[in-house]
Design a protein around this ligand. Structure first.
Ligand code: ADP
Ligand code: MG
Length: 281
């Protein structure tokens, strides 16, 4: 039978805005050694803003094409582009979302690709790599580069403090796994003081890092928002989802849900789990 104090621990956590899905997760949470984070929507707000637009075609046409292409994508990057463009959109067909890369779509008979560096490389399209801090969204039309947007996201509040706290609690290692480019990933990693940063990963690369490396070395928690990371959440020793912004798939796959999306709730959850274990023993 489950000791009553476990229910006390679950209750205490839920008052703090942390939903623990079962008493068995309390012990894992109390003993976690490696904390792995997704970036977008987890450490950052996932609310992007277009900072800059560069194009070799008419700017009005360019923005209309890109926003039309992105109108049915649920990725936070796509939403920021649609919000930025203030003009009627064009109908699209053959929309394909390529997880970890971007999208492909037909507009007015032309094929457009909208996504990261890897997407263009994969399609053998030549382009100049843009060296700016931010997420760079490249756009091609009929297999040729026609422009790019620089998009930026903000860190959530108190992320550095939360990481500092978990270290004080004895967590041995903090890691970021992200699909975003190396420049932005390293800049954020340095700013918040994370131990290791792995960038430009496909969703399946995140699973490989977790299973073949991190999990083999230490008891590992993965914290994600579920945009493409539900498989990693499900495979971690303990999966922690951001519940507010997060997708239903993430909340389903996770063992623990942070209701208000704040990373500072992670040390709170670990502390409650430790206290509960002390009472149980
Ligand atoms: P993460 O949450 O770690 O940033 P994702 O797998 O959600 O990773 O996305 C990885 C990258 O793929 C994004 O940073 C972006 O460059 C590109 N991408 C994905 N979807 C889109 C989209 N709809 N439009 C433009 N770029 C996209
Ligand atoms: Mg994400």
């Amino acid at each position: 039978s489950v000791p009553l104090s476990f229910f006390g621990g679950i209750g205490g956590a839920s008052k703090a805005g942390v939903l623990i899905k079962g008493s068995n997760y309390i012990e894992t949470l109390a003993n976690v050694e490696t904390l792995v984070f997704d970036k977008t929507g987890t450490l950052t707000k996932g609310v992007f803003e277009v900072q800059k637009v560069e194009t070799i075609i008419n700017q009005g046409d360019f923005l209309r094409y890109v926003a039309s292409a992105e109108q049915s994508s649920s990725h936070p990057i796509a939403q920021s582009i649609v919000n930025y463009v203030d003009q009627p959109l064009s109908p699209v067909s053959q929309l394909t979302e390529i997880a970890g890369y971007g999208i492909s779509v037909i507009i007015e008979g032309h094929q457009f690709l909208v996504g990261n560096e890897k997407l263009l490389a994969k399609e053998n399209i030549s382009f100049q790599v843009v060296d700016e801090i931010g997420t760079i969204v490249y756009v091609t039309m009929g297999g040729k580069y026609i422009g790019h947007l620089v998009i930026a996201d903000e860190l959530k509040n108190n992320v550095a403090e939360a990481l500092n706290e978990v270290k004080k609690l004895g967590v041995k290692r903090t890691v970021m796994l992200t699909g975003d480019n190396r420049g932005i990933a390293d800049a954020i990693g340095n700013k918040i003081g994370i131990d290791q940063v792995y960038s430009e990963l496909l969703p399946e690369d995140k699973v490989i890092h977790l299973e073949d490396e991190l999990k083999r070395q230490q008891k590992t928690a993965f914290v994600g928002d579920g945009m493409n990371d539900a498989p990693v959440l499900a495979r971690a020793d303990i999966g922690i989802a951001m519940g507010g912004l997060g997708s239903d798939a993430a909340i389903e796959a996770a063992d623990v849900v942070i209701m208000d999306d704040q990373p500072e709730k992670i040390p709170v959850a670990i502390r409650i789990a430790r206290k509960t274990m002390k009472i149980v023993k």
